[in-house]
Design a binder for this molecule. Structure first.
Ligand code: ATP
Length: 238
């Protein structure tokens, strides 16, 4: 599979903590890759380096062959990487459509085009009926979907999704899984960090497992989760 994103020997240290150590993995074109591991394993740090929030100490991060390591978040967005955050932070006093337009402005300054795109996105999210509701008045799950939509409006080739079903009910989680599959069907590659195993198992083509910043396994989810090193990382003595 041709990679869209390739990390090679990427490391990041915060003082005495080696948050990510020599990580090398790739996301294929059209692939959904799950990045998993126990708390503090380095998943968010890896995300933040890919999205330009932290500069790696060492290593390269290539998007379609071009090194993007150390570029600023808006440059990374322009290059074609969108992201959602663990805590969704829409503009509370803007409506659903207005929030989606904020994403669209990253690509296109034309207000009319952006509004049209935002209206379409609200329908894609299943939120057409809520398009004029202020984000403050949405449920937590709707705010999460809005966060996803805002990232999609930046027209990413690769989407980074951080814990999209945290706090969701089982039926909401199921709805999010369907939505993520619909995003992939649009040709967007996805790197997803998620603690809910059921979601990871049903979405990921492959998973990469981090533990104490190091990659300890990678492969199809069913094979990886039964590997002794992975079981030890999750359930073994620390
Ligand atoms: P979780 O699943 O709990 O979100 P994670 O796998 O995303 O965890 P990270 O948040 O990347 O893990 O953290 C990896 C390590 O780096 C942890 O020990 C954390 O305390 C540390 N760390 C992360 N960000 C910083 C920072 N800005 N300054 C100092 N240490 C940090």
């Amino acid at each position: 599979m041709t990679p869209i994103l390739e990390l090679a020997n990427v490391s990041k240290r915060f003082g005495g903590i080696q948050a990510v150590k020599d990580a090398s993995f790739s996301v294929g074109q059209g692939e959904i890759l799950g990045l998993i591991g126990p708390n503090g394993a380095g998943k968010t740090t890896a995300f933040n380096m890919i999205a330009g929030f932290f500069k790696p100490d060492t290593g390269t991060i290539r998007l379609e062959g071009k090194d993007i390591a150390g570029k600023k978040p808006w440059e990374i967005c322009e290059a074609g990487i969108g992201r959602t955050f663990q805590l969704s932070k829409p503009f509370g006093d803007l409506t659903v459509v207005e929030n989606l337009m904020v994403g669209g402005f990253a690509r296109n300054r034309d207000r009319r085009v952006n509004r049209e795109k935002a209206e379409e996105m609200s329908a894609f999210l299943g939120m057409a009926a809520k398009r004029n509701i202020e984000a403050n008045n949405l449920t937590a799950f709707d705010r999460r979907k809005l966060e996803l939509g805002r990232a999609l409006c930046t027209e990413p080739k690769l989407l980074l999704m951080d814990e999209v079903v945290a706090g969701a009910t089982p039926s909401e989680a199921g709805e999010m899984v369907e939505l993520v599959l619909k995003v992939r069907a649009r040709g967007i590659s996805i790197l997803i960090v998620e603690h809910v195993m059921k979601v990871i198992m049903s979405l990921s083509d492959r998973v990469v497992v981090l533990d104490y910043g190091e990659m300890i396994a990678s492969g199809p989810p069913k094979e990886v989760v039964s590997q002794p090193a992975v079981l030890k990382a999750y359930f073994g003595e620390r």
